[in-house]
Design a protein around this ligand. Structure first.
Ligand code: DP6
Length: 324
């Protein structure tokens, strides 16, 4: 009743923002992401008949009660009527940087818990399970470029991720992450999404988002970075515009973030390949090529307030390291 698994974070190029069914955690819009080879979470699950409570450790420290509760609820989903478990999770990046990803965490937990329970689920089933804990986690089950569909409200199994291109199909992609203000984010994405539903722009966000998917898929088929980058910038700006127009406004962008986006755009006028995206946090990210990645990283690192950068390549999906 033991297994160990790892999963990597993913960065959405077409953003998931909003839910059509809060109880089942069904996304209101389809999304498309790149699983990256950086930011890995490794998680073990041991279902143990001798235990009388779950024990959850994150980076060798007991998890706070909210995180512990979220993990326990997810174990109930993976194995209803289960025994208690010890869960140990660790990240290969400092959690304090605010880079902690619910995507890598819940993808790794889903695979480890399923294997520890003796279930040989396929990727679709794992993705459905992971999605219920966190929408973006559904995508980290797979490597490379991954699509998450919206599904149908009321139907738990209707939304799951599918791989569009593996990490080996387009190896010449790079994502440069500029790490700005560190620390946990002030408004979690679930809260940010709920608040955004009151935004006057929410209806236009959900109406316009699906059309970005065929554009992104076509760009991927042609390995057309400029076309994919244009989609990514538009999707990020529209997501943030929708969130910022909530009442009270949800503002994730900080000074260094906005400056970072300008720097990335400016690099293009100088002949570099660089397109930005930004999630529910302050870190600007650039989609680029292996040849330009170092230069883009140096340019981002010069922005006052950007402390360091990470260059990531396409990464693999969730992997079972030990267990059935
Ligand atoms: C901005 O997957 O963290 O990163 O389903 O409520 O856990 P929950 O949300 P989460 O949201 C991710 C939002 C985003 C965009 C994206 O990853 O698509």
């Amino acid at each position: 009743m033991y297994a160990l698994a790892e999963a990597r974070a993913n960065i959405a190029l077409v953003k998931y923002w909003g839910k059509s069914d809060l109880a089942r955690n069904l996304p209101a819009v389809p999304s498309l992401s790149l699983t990256v080879d950086a930011l890995t979470t490794r998680t073990s699950v041991h279902f143990d008949p001798a235990r009388n409570a779950d024990a959850v450790w994150i980076d060798r420290k007991p998890a706070d009660p909210r995180a512990q509760e979220r993990v326990s609820r997810h174990l109930d989903r993976v194995l209803p009527g289960r025994m208690f478990a010890e869960v140990r999770s660790s990240n290969d990046f400092p959690t304090a940087a605010g880079l902690a990803s619910s995507a890598s965490a819940f993808a790794a937990l889903t695979l480890a818990a399923s294997a520890a329970a003796g279930a040989a689920h396929d990727g679709t089933k794992l993705s459905i399970l992971a999605r219920q804990a966190s929408g973006s986690a559904a995508r980290s089950i797979f490597g490379g470029l991954v699509l998450l569909g919206v599904g149908t409200p009321g139907q738990t199994d209707s939304s799951f991720a599918t791989p569009i291109a593996s990490e080996r199909d387009w190896p010449d992609l790079r994502l440069v992450i500029g790490i700005g203000i560190e620390g946990p984010k002030e408004i979690g994405s679930t809260d940010g999404m709920t608040r955004s539903e009151a935004s006057p722009y929410y209806a236009s966000w959900t109406a316009s988002a699906p059309a970005e998917i065929p554009r992104a898929v076509e760009a991927i088929e042609r390995r057309d970075l400029a076309a994919l980058g244009a989609v990514a910038e538009r999707s990020a700006l529209r997501m943030h515009a929708c969130a910022m127009a909530s009442d009270p406004g949800v503002v994730y962008l900080r000074g260094p973030t906005v400056e970072g986006l300008h720097v990335i755009q400016k690099l293009r006028t100088r002949g570099f390949h660089a397109w930005f995206t930004c999630d529910a946090g302050p870190h600007p990210k650039a989609l680029t090529t292996p040849a330009d990645a170092e230069y883009v990283a140096r340019a981002l690192a010069e922005v006052p307030g950007i402390r360091r950068t990470i260059i990531a390549a396409p990464g693999a999906g969730a992997l079972l390291l030990d267990g059935q």
